[in-house]
Structure formats: structure tokens, C-alpha cells
Design a protein. Structure first.
Lengths: 370, 401, 398
């Protein structure tokens, strides 16, 4: 309807312009029939993306957005690109996968200078936090792997440090951990007394890796392994485990939306970030690009933080964090980047992981099955 | 104990569902060294009797004795009976030698003794040299011989054979009939043999029990069965017989007069009969002669409907005394071959060749298709109340092979 | 006459061509291509031809000369500009962890500034270029035809001198997993046989009405979705599941003593046995149906007790069915991966789960292909062994 009124307006003014406008409208009409498929992580995070970015994008451009979910990794993207049968247009990726896929040519290159500047005019290049953008990426959030517990599982003393997660004597019971090497090795070394800054230097040595695994050995028999981000809140709610590693946003949503009596232990959090990227060779390149640019606007990046506790990776976005859209909870203290949560933080070294991920996962599998 | 029969059935009944009696109240005695045949159409209960004797089925009531000893609680393997199955039941994965060794090995007989017995058994069935063949490499007749050898090799005194020649072709079957008979006589074993082939039963047996609908109709030597059938079923099942139905008009000690749709026939009463009884007359085709008037007590004239030239004899089909398929078998001698279809002939037979039996079948051949659900009579010889006995007017048929 | 016969034969053979073509296109070709990946990895060889040519003359000990640095630097640079550096970096990284970032960082920094000395610039970007192991990694990754995936799949590697040696103990996984997979497959096959044999016997020796019903009961799970069945097992076996609840309710175990029956080897065994049981029952049933009841009667009449008759007469005749069923179950369980992935937990994983991991996650298709080839060899060897013992022409599958 809005579009129709535009047409009338233009026709009223000038025939020449009207003709142009009609052509233009024809163009946007075609765009309206277009759609773009965005693939993200599912669960409450995908829900947040949809409300914060996908729906406003459709409102603004009339481009339909189809949301699909996946469990990470490059395999499906690689298969699509190599067979030339691309049906995912935009994918939400962990930074390590993004960087790796970008090097392999799986994603379209985005010039950082094309991304919208901050509201105050600071170019995107300077607005992004150091190292949080890739030459293939757009948008971007910080998220964190933390551990959380159900208050009802503890009557007396409650865990408060990463060491407590590995302390079976003080806090007996089963623990949930993600079935992968990433983050778990970091947690293990932290709990074994390695300082956050030295984690990857230690992991770079064979002894360091052994040290991490032998720390994991101490609780191995008490671990329940999870794979999807939605599992840990469920396991905590069922008291299938007394504590579990988890993505902070999932725990936040359980706390705020479902009033679950969960507590996040921020000590030793592994801070990571991710971005959107466009799959190389997509037939909907234009629509995908306009989506990516839309998702890179600071206000849209920050809007995700109205729904889930993930904060934007642009400096100007931090100030835009406000309250939860539904409950009005102040979001700032729930963000991984909040100063009070940044006591002991491991910044995920995606480069180390893309160098050693395969080897570590192989060793992890070997260790698991032993 | 010596006087006890080798096999004895005492009032044996068998039912699978509690209602239908497959075998009912059966009594039977088989003497040592007999070749005893259970003969009957399929479903008459003869195989069930054999299976009960072997121990694969248990009687629902009654008792089976072997040499005077009840085998009620004896499993098959302890009865010491050799069994030859219809399909031979040779073990396909074993050679002939291993098949024969099997009963010896499970009895713990020494290897040397085994070898000797196997050789002997194979000699008996004339299969020496085939020890290392597998059953699949033998012909049907050879497999049959192996089955027999296997049933004999552990020297049982009793051997059961269940339609052992059913799968063989005619020529081989006749050859094997002699063979089996010869072996039985050579070894002196008792054989209980099941067949539905009355010729086979006649050729091989010392005595035959004719089964029909779970009852034994008659037990007798083959000649007796043929010459002196005591029941309508036996008369129709064994050999050819012309059956004429009618009612007894007059009953004397030595003869009775039976009124048939074509006239009164004088016959020999097998059982005591009274005027008014339904009766069926059995006359063998070869005992009927073409005759001049005044030679026989029973003489009739009829038109020859059909002639069949067999070779050594001719078969004339007449419509006589209510039987449209009355067959006369005449020797192919000079004079007789001049008879043509459509000729009017005079036939006659003697009183002794015409046996008056109680009418049990009524509607004739159709009753031969035994239906288990049909009510069974409890006392043989009593013709009263038999279904169909009041329908004697329905034309019976000649029992032709 | 002979000619027309030959022509007829050719025509008959031509009729099978569509099937041959179908199998070729949909099965043999993909299989061949996949297996070829296990030994053929041309990417690095095609991407760095000049560097590899120069490294041919390298002694493997000293650092290569400035020319080699320059040739490699230029090749990396051009790959980076073509955006195809990632694949090369990943492959080299598999031979020397850390090479991925070294390669990428080097190319990125060379792009930003044209170096005076390539050697210094590259070592500045990534110190690892100062070590011969980096160059050895490039050299080995450049082998167009390689056995390293097979070595890797057998927990072996080459040391710096090129000798084949065992991997360090904490990195060995494939052999023990292959052994576990074979073991589990044997156990499942045996359990299926023990459970399936009496069922097949019962079906084969029941009157038709009852045997049809029993057969239906065997087949219904067969027609049910694999995921549904596996999920049902989770519902039944999990810690808070039906069986544990029952055990606690009856008092056989306590609330704390709930028995872990899923997400471990027990779960894998239970679920896979149930799923594969029909593949054992059906061939057994097919064989048993052909064994006349008179066989056992004959054995009994000949004086054999039931055990004797069974062992010497019945069992040997069911061997073709046992062989067929066991082969089916064994081969299927060797390659099973969905069920162990869902209910296997930590200790119930099989080799196929790692093949899937390398196909889908690590994207190391060469290694996946090598593992697959080893599995295939196991299956073929087994088949040949069965053929020797039983004879394939005697096996009965239906």
C-alpha cells in the first residue's frame, strides 16, 4: 500500500519522473518476489535474530527471508559451493569457520568500507573491535561459553569459579559439557592454574595438550555430553546435571523467559564472536548483500541484544544495549562484555583453533572413546 | 508274552480339536513277521495311526502296545522302530554312509561294527558302492533304497513305511514292491505299511486293514478282501465292483432277494439281513458272463452302451438294474469280439458272485470324498441311521479304477 | 547358426545395459571416485607446481634457498588473490599443525608489502618458515599420490626421516575403534543369532495363521522409521526412562542407583540388535521353511535325542541361513552410524561415526575415504572367508 501511494505521488508530479519511478517500482516489485535464505543456529538465538533483524529487513525491503537452522561447520556450505547448487544465501558462522571458509573462497568478499558507518560517522573499519571482522563477514555478536548451575541443585555452598566446575569433592554430581574439544581444553587449563593469557601458548606444546586432557580426565566419568545449544538449559532444568557449560544467551533466556533458577558463573568464560557471510555463487547475491548490509547497521546488531544476551561487536553498538524487549530487564549486566563479567576471560583464539582444531578433535575423540 | 502280538491298538482314538475324530475306537493286532498294510484314501486315518505307532502323535484315548508292552510314555527314539518316510527324509547334508551311520552312532555302536552293518544294509538294498554320494546325487529309486537301508541298519524288529513308493514312477514302483517284499521276507521283520494304492497293498501284504473315515472296515488277507468284502466301502475300494442298490424282499439263510430298479436279484447275504433292509449288491465285472437264457439264477438283458477294447479283454458298459455304468469284463475269445455297441445282450451271474452288503454309502461315489465333519458311526455292521440309506434310488456308480 | 546365436546373446546382453549403466553411474563411479580420494590428492601439487619442482632438489635438512622462498611466496600470493589458498593451507596444516595460519598470514602480509628479501619477509610473517619441518610439510602435502591417509587410518605416520612409525599413544584412535567396531559387530551378530534363531524356528514351525502373525511382528519394526525406533529406545532406556523408573518402583534399584543403559555401549548394542534382528530372522526363516518336519522325526525315529537331532540334523541344514543372516547383520552393523551416534554416547561410537565426522566436520575426505576403504577391505575379506567356509551359492537370503 505504501508503495502504491508513492506511485500516485510521482504520477502527480511529473510524467518523466513517473516513468522512471515506474521502472524503479517494477525493479523493487521484482525484489519483493525475491527471497533470501538465512541459516543460523536455531533455538532462542534464531528467534532473536528473526525479531531483531530478519523481520525488520522484510518490512523495509519486502524481501522475504527464510530462516533455516544448522549445527555449524563448513561441510554443507562446501558441498553447495562445490556442486554449484547453492540454496543457502547467508550463513551465521563461528569466526573460525568464517575465516577458514573465506580463505577457501566459500564466501563472497565484502569490502569493510561498504559496511554502514557508526551513527557518529566512524567508519566500520574503526568501529569494529580489533580482529572481530573478516573480509567475508557482516554483522557480528559476542557470545560466550560459560558454565551455569541450577540453584535448586545446591543447598549450601554454590560454585563460583571455574575450579569449582572440576571440583568433585566440593560439588559432586554430573556435569554437562559440549562434545567437542573447543572451549573444554581452555576450561581445563584455566582450572589447572593456567592464566587466560597463556592458555594458547600452553596448548601449543604437546605437554600443554596432555595437561588439558588429564585435567578433563579427573571429571570424565561424571560428564554428560551435549551437542546442540538448546540442550544444557533442558538438562539443568531436569536436574539431569548439576552444572553444565552452555552459551550464555541460552541460559539468559531460560532465566528471563522461563524463570528458571539458573545462575551463570562468568569466571573463566570463553569469549567468542561470529558473523554473517554470503555463500559464494548464490543466485540471490543482490538480496543477500542487502541483507548483510542491513544486518551490519549498528542499531540492528544491537537489536539482537534486546532478545538475547549477545552484544554487538562494534564499539558504537555497546551504548545501544538497553533492556529486554519483553521483560524490561536491563541487559547490560547479562552481556559477556560487561566489565563485571570480564574478570577472568579467555578470548577464543580462532586462529589457533583453525590450525589445531582437526588434530584436537581427533585426539578428543580418541580420549572420549578410551 | 510270546503270544502277545507284535503291535496292538486297543480302543485307540485320536482327535486334534476335541470334536473331530481322526481315528476312532480302533483295535488292531499285527503279528510278528507280518507285512501288514494300512490301506485307505487320504484322510482316512491310516497315517495318523502310523504316526501314533512311531510315537510322533499321542493317542487321545486307548493304548498302543508293542510286544505286549504299553508304549504310552515311550518317546519315538526309544521305541526302536525303523521308519521310512513318504519323502524319505534323508539328511541332505550327509553322505549315504553318514546317513546310515546316524542311527548307529546315536546308539553308541563301535566304528568297526558300524562299517560292517552299513555294508550289509547297503547290500540288502543293492546300493553298495554309493556310500560317498549325497542324497541329491541319487535317483528317486536309489534314495528310496537308502531310506529303507537306514530304517533297517540298526536291526529294528518293526519297520513302518509311510507311502514309501508314492513319489516313484510306475515301473520303478512295481520293481520296488518286489524288493521291499523280498527284504521283509529275508530279514523276517514286521512291516507296517501305509498306502492309498490298493494294488500295491494287494501285491505286497500278508494282511491289509482297510481304513475309511477313521474306522477299520475290514482286516484280512488280500485274497479275502477281494473275494469276500464285508463292507460296501471295501467292495468298492478294492478292485472293480458293480454296485446295485435295492431293498431286501426276501431273506433266507443262504440267499436273499433284493429288488433293484431293474428287477429282483438273488444274492449271497454277507451279514444277516431282514426284508425291507436297504442293501447294496457287489458283483465283480469279470464274474458276469454273456450267456444264453437259463444258465444263471440272475439273468438280465440290456443294451450295450459302450465297448472298450483293452486287449486281453473287452469292457462292456450296460445300463442295468438302475446302474447306468454296469461293467462287464469278457475274455477276448472268439465270438465275444463280435459284440457291438447298441447290441442287445443277455448277461448273468451266480448267487455266490453277488454279495449283498448293508447300504452304507447311499448316494454312492460322492461319499468317498471323506469329510471329517461327517458323523461317524460307532458300531460297525449296523446299517440303520446311515445318512443316505433312504436314498437308494439315486443311481450308484460302478467303482472303476 | 552360430552367428545368429551370438547375435541373440548380444541382444540379451544389451538388455542389461541400462542396469549396468545405472549401477555404474550411481554406485561404482561415486565409490571409485571416493576411494580414489584416499590416495589421490592433487590440490597442493596443482597449486604449488614451481615450489614443489624446486623442492625436489632440496636435501631436506638445511633451509631452502632464497629462490625457493621467492617462488613459494609468489605462488602463495597468487593463490591468495585467486581466493584458493584455504584448501592448500588446510592440507598442509594436516601434516604440520600451525601451517594453516602460517600460510595464510604469510600470503596476507606479502600482499600488503612487496618484500625486499622474500626469506626475511616470510620468516617475519611466520617464524615456522625458519624450520625445515614447514618445508617438509609442503613437500609431503605436494605428493599427488599418497599413502598418508591410509597410514593415518592405521594410526601410523612418517617420522622426519620418512620411516613409517606408530603414532603417539594418545593420538591413536582408528585401529582401536576399528577393532571395537568389528568386536561390536560380532557381538551384535551373535546376539541376533541367539535371539533370532528360536524366533525363526517358531515361525517356520507354526501353522500358517500363527506364522503369518509372527512374521508380521518381526516385520513391523522393520517398516518403522529408524529414528522413531532409536528415539523409542532413548525413552525406554534413559536414566529417567521407563525401565529405570520401573526398576526403582519395584525396588530392584535405588533412585541413585539408576542403571546407565543408554549413551554407552549397552545402548548401542541394544538398539542395533533390535534394528538388525529382522535381517537375521528372515534368511533363517527362509531356510528353515524348506526343512521338512520329517527330518527331525526321522532323526528321532532313528534313535536321536532332541539335542542330538538338532545338532546333527537341523542345525547343519540351517547353516546357509545362518551364514546369510550373519553376513547381512555383520556387514550392516560394521557400517552403522546413525544409531551409535544417537545412543552410543561416549563409549558406544563406532568407526563409521568418525568417517561421518571426517566427511561432515573436518572435511578430511581423503582420510574418510581411506577409513572407508579399510572397512570395505574388511567386509570383502569376510565375504571371501564365508565363501570358503559356507559357499556363497549355498547361502540363502530369502
Amino acid at each position: 500500500m505504501r508503495r502504491l501511494s508513492h506511485i500516485r505521488l510521482h504520477i502527480c508530479t511529473q510524467g518523466f519522473v513517473a516513468t522512471l519511478a515506474l521502472i524503479g517500482v517494477a525493479g523493487t516489485q521484482a525484489a519483493a518476489n525475491e527471497s533470501v535464505t538465512v541459516v543460523s543456529w536455531g533455538g532462542s538465538y534464531a528467534e532473536a535474530c528473526k525479531k531483531a533483524v530478519l523481520d525488520p529487513f522484510t518490512d523495509e525491503t519486502s524481501i522475504e527471508v527464510r530462516l533455516e537452522s544448522y549445527n555449524g561447520g563448513l561441510a554443507q556450505i562446501r558441498a553447495q559451493v562445490e556442486t554449484g547448487n547453492v540454496h543457502w544465501d547467508v550463513v551465521d558462522l563461528e569466526f573460525a569457520d568464517l575465516a577458514r571458509g573465506c580463505d577457501e573462497g566459500l564466501f563472497e568478499v565484502i569490502d569493510i568500507d561498504e559496511l554502514p558507518p557508526a551513527p557518529d560517522g566512524t567508519p566500520a573499519r574503526d568501529d569494529y573491535f580489533e580482529g572481530t571482522y573478516s573480509e567475508c563477514g557482516g554483522g557480528g555478536i559476542f557470545y560466550s561459553t560459560v558454565y551455569a548451575y541450577n540453584n535448586e541443585s545446591f543447598t549450601g555452598q554454590r560454585p563460583s569459579t571455574i575450579e569449582d566446575f572440576f571440583d568433585l569433592e566440593k560439588f559432586p554430581g554430573r556435569r554437562g559439557m559440549r562434545r567437542t574439544a573447543a572451549a573444554n581444553l581452555e576450561f581445563a587449563l584455566l582450572a589447572d592454574g593456567v592464566s587466560p593469557e597463556e592458555i594458547y601458548a600452553v596448548l601449543n606444546t604437546p605437554e600443554g595438550v596432555r595437561r588439558a586432557f588429564s585435567k578433563l580426565d579427573t571429571i570424565k566419568e561424571h560428564i554428560v555430553w551435549w551437542e546442540a545449544g538448546a540442550q544444557p538449559p533442558q538438562m539443568l532444568a531436569d536436574q539431569e546435571v548439576v552444572m553444565s557449560t552452555a552459551y550464555n544467551g541460552r541460559i539468559f533466556n531460560a532465566q528471563v523467559l522461563e524463570q528458571q533458577p539458573f545462575t551463570i558463573v562468568w569466571d573463566g568464560q570463553v569469549l567468542d564472536y561470529g558473523q554473517f557471510a554470503i555463500v559464494a555463487g548464490t543466485p540471490n547475491l543482490e538480496a543477500a548483500r542487502s541483507y548483510l548490509l542491513f544486518a551490519s547497521r549498528v542499531e540492528n546488531m544491537a537489536a539482537i541484544g534486546h532478545y538475547i544476551a549477545y552484544s554487538p561487536t562494534r564499539r558504537s553498538g555497546i551504548d545501544l544495549i538497553s533492556t529486554h524487549h519483553e521483560t524490561g530487564v536491563e541487559m547490560r549486566p547479562h552481556m559477556p562484555s560487561a566489565p563485571e563479567n570480564m574478570g577472568r576471560v579467555v578470548r577464543n583464539n580462532w586462529e589457533w583453533w583453525s590450525d589445531h582444531g582437526e588434530e584436537m578433535n581427533e585426539r578428543f575423540s580418541a580420549w572420549l572413546s578410551r | 508274552m510270546q503270544s502277545a502280538p507284535h503291535v496292538e491298538f486297543r480302543g485307540v482314538s485320536k482327535t486334534y480339536d476335541g470334536r473331530t475324530m481322526v481315528v476312532q475306537d480302533l483295535d488292531l493286532r499285527v503279528q510278528e513277521g507280518e507285512f501288514f498294510t494300512l490301506l485307505g484314501p487320504s484322510g482316512s486315518g491310516k497315517t495318523t495311526c502310523l504316526m501314533m505307532l512311531a510315537g510322533f502323535e499321542a493317542p487321545s484315548s486307548g493304548e498302543i502296545r508293542l510286544s505286549g508292552r504299553s508304549v504310552q510314555h515311550l518317546p519315538p527314539r526309544k521305541r526302536g522302530i525303523g521308519v521310512v518316510f513318504q519323502n524319505y527324509a534323508l539328511f541332505p547334508h550327509m553322505t549315504v554312509r553318514r546317513n546310515l551311520a546316524f542311527p548307529l552312532e546315536v546308539r553308541g555302536i563301535s566304528a568297526a561294527s558300524r562299517r560292517q552293518r552299513i555294508r550289509q544294509a547297503l547290500e540288502v538294498v543293492r546300493l553298495d558302492g554309493f556310500e560317498d554320494r549325497r542324497p541329491a546325487e541319487l535317483s528317486g529309486g536309489q534314495q528310496q533304497r537308502v531310506a529303507i537301508a537306514r530304517a533297517l541298519v540298526f536291526n529294528p524288529s518293526l519297520v513302518l513305511m509311510d507311502e514309501p513308493l508314492g513319489a516313484l514312477d510306475r515301473r520303478l514302483r512295481e520293481e520296488m514292491q518286489f524288493e521291499i517284499r523280498r527284504m521283509q521276507q529275508d530279514l523276517g521283520v514286521t512291516v507296517v505299511y501305509v498306502t492309498h494304492d490298493q494294488q500295491e497293498a494287494m501285491a505286497m501284504s500278508s494282511r491289509v486293514a482297510v481304513f475309511h473315515r477313521g474306522h477299520i472296515q475290514q482286516v484280512a488277507a488280500p485274497e479275502t478282501l477281494y473275494e469276500e468284502p464285508e463292507r460296501e466301502f471295501v467292495a468298492s475300494f478294492i478292485g472293480d465292483n458293480n454296485m446295485l442298490r435295492g431293498h431286501v424282499r426276501r431273506a433266507e439263510r443262504d440267499f436273499c432277494d433284493v429288488e433293484t430298479p431293474g428287477g429282483t436279484v438273488r444274492a449271497f447275504p454277507v451279514h444277516h439281513c431282514r426284508p425291507g433292509d436297504s442293501s447294496v449288491l457287489a458283483i465283480r465285472p469279470e464274474r458276469v458272463s454273456l450267456t444264453k437264457p437259463g444258465v444263471y439264477t440272475n439273468e438280465f438283458e440290456a443294451v450295450v452302451e459302450d465297448i472298450m477294447f483293452i486287449g486281453d479283454h473287452l469292457r462292456l458298459r450296460l445300463n442295468l438294474c438302475g446302474n447306468p455304468n454296469f461293467v462287464v469284463k469278457v475274455q477276448n475269445i472268439i465270438g465275444h469280439s463280435a459284440v457291438l455297441a447298441g447290441d442287445r445282450v443277455r448277461v448273468g451271474w451266480s448267487v455266490m458272485d453277488c454279495r449283498a452288503l448293508p447300504d452304507e454309502e447311499g448316494a454312492g461315489g460322492s461319499a468317498l470324498l471323506t469329510t471329517r465333519a461327517a458323523p461317524l458311526r460307532s458300531s460297525p455292521g449296523d446299517a440303520a441311521g446311515v445318512p443316505g440309506s433312504d436314498r437308494a434310488a439315486v443311481p450308484p456308480s460302478t467303482q472303476a479304477v | 547358426m552360430a552367428l545368429s546365436l551370438a547375435a541373440a546373446r548380444v541382444r540379451a546382453a544389451a538388455l542389461t545395459l541400462p542396469l549396468v549403466a545405472f549401477i555404474g553411474v550411481t554406485f561404482l563411479a561415486p565409490l571409485g571416485l571416493m576411494l580414489a580420494r584416499s590416495v589421490h590428492e592433487p590440490l597442493v601439487a596443482d597449486s604449488l607446481p614451481d615450489t614443489l619442482a624446486m623442492l625436489n632438489n632440496w636435501d631436506g635438512v638445511a633451509l631452502p634457498s632464497e629462490d625457493v622462498f621467492e617462488v613459494l611466496g609468489r605462488e602463495l600470493l597468487s593463490l591468495h588473490q585467486q581466493r584458493s589458498l584455504g584448501g592448500v593451507a588446510t592440507r598442509v596444516n594436516r601434516l604440520e599443525s600451525g601451517m594453516r595460519s602460517a600460510v595464510v598470514r604469510t600470503a596476507r602480509q606479502l600482499r600488503d608489502a612487496d618484500p625486499g628479501s622474500w626469506r626475511e619477509a616470510m620468516i617475519a610473517a611466520a617464524p615456522i618458515w625458519n624450520e625445515p619441518k614447514a618445508w617438509r610439510a609442503i613437500q609431503r602435502a605436494g605428493e599427488r599420490y599418497t599413502l598418508r591417509h591410509f597410514l593415518h587410518a592405521l594410526d601410523l605416520e612418517r617420522d622426519t626421516a620418512g620411516n613409517v612409525v606408530a603414532q603417539p599413544p594418545d593420538q591413536r584412535i582408528y585401529l582401536s575403534l576399528l577393532g571395537r567396531t568389528l568386536m561390536v559387530s560380532v557381538v551384535i551378530t551373535v546376539i541376533c543369532l541367539i535371539l533370532g534363531y528360536p524366533v525363526a524356528y517358531l515361525i517356520a514351525n507354526s501353522p500358517p495363521s500363527r506364522s503369518n502373525l509372527l512374521l508380521l511382528l518381526v516385520l513391523v519394526p522393520f517398516w518403522t522409521s529408524l529414528l522413531v525406533r532409536t528415539t523409542s529406545w532413548i525413552v525406554l532406556l534413559q536414566n529417567q526412562g521407563v525401565i529405570n523408573d520401573l526398576l526403582v518402583a519395584v525396588g530392584l534399584t535405588t533412585e541413585e542407583g539408576r542403571i546407565p543403559m543408554i549413551y554407552n555401549m549397552t545402548g548401542t548394542l541394544v538398539a542395533m540388535t533390535q534394528i538388525l534382528l529382522p535381517f537375521m530372522v528372515l534368511p533363517l526363516y527362509a531356510v528353515m521353511r524348506t526343512i521338512a518336519p520329517s527330518q527331525m522325526r526321522a532323526a528321532a525315529a532313528l534313535g536321536a535325542s532332541f539335542p542330538q537331532a538338532f545338532i546333527r540334523v537341523y542345525w547343519p541344514q540351517t547353516l546357509p541361513g545362518i551364514a546369510a543372516g550373519s553376513l547381512l547383520v555383520f556387514i550392516l552393523s560394521i557400517g552403522y552410524y546413525i544409531t551409535p551416534a544417537l545412543v552410543g554416547g561416549r563409549t558406544g561410537q563406532l568407526i563409521s561415526n568418525l568417517i561421518a565426522y571426517h566427511m561432515q566436520q573436518s572435511l578430511n575426505w581423503g582420510l574418510a575415504a581411506a577409513l572407508g576403504a579399510i572397512l570395505l577391505v574388511c567386509v570383502v575379506l569376510l565375504f571371501l572367508l564365508f565363501n570358503r567356509l559356507v559357499g556363497v551359492e549355498r547361502m540363502r537370503f530369502t
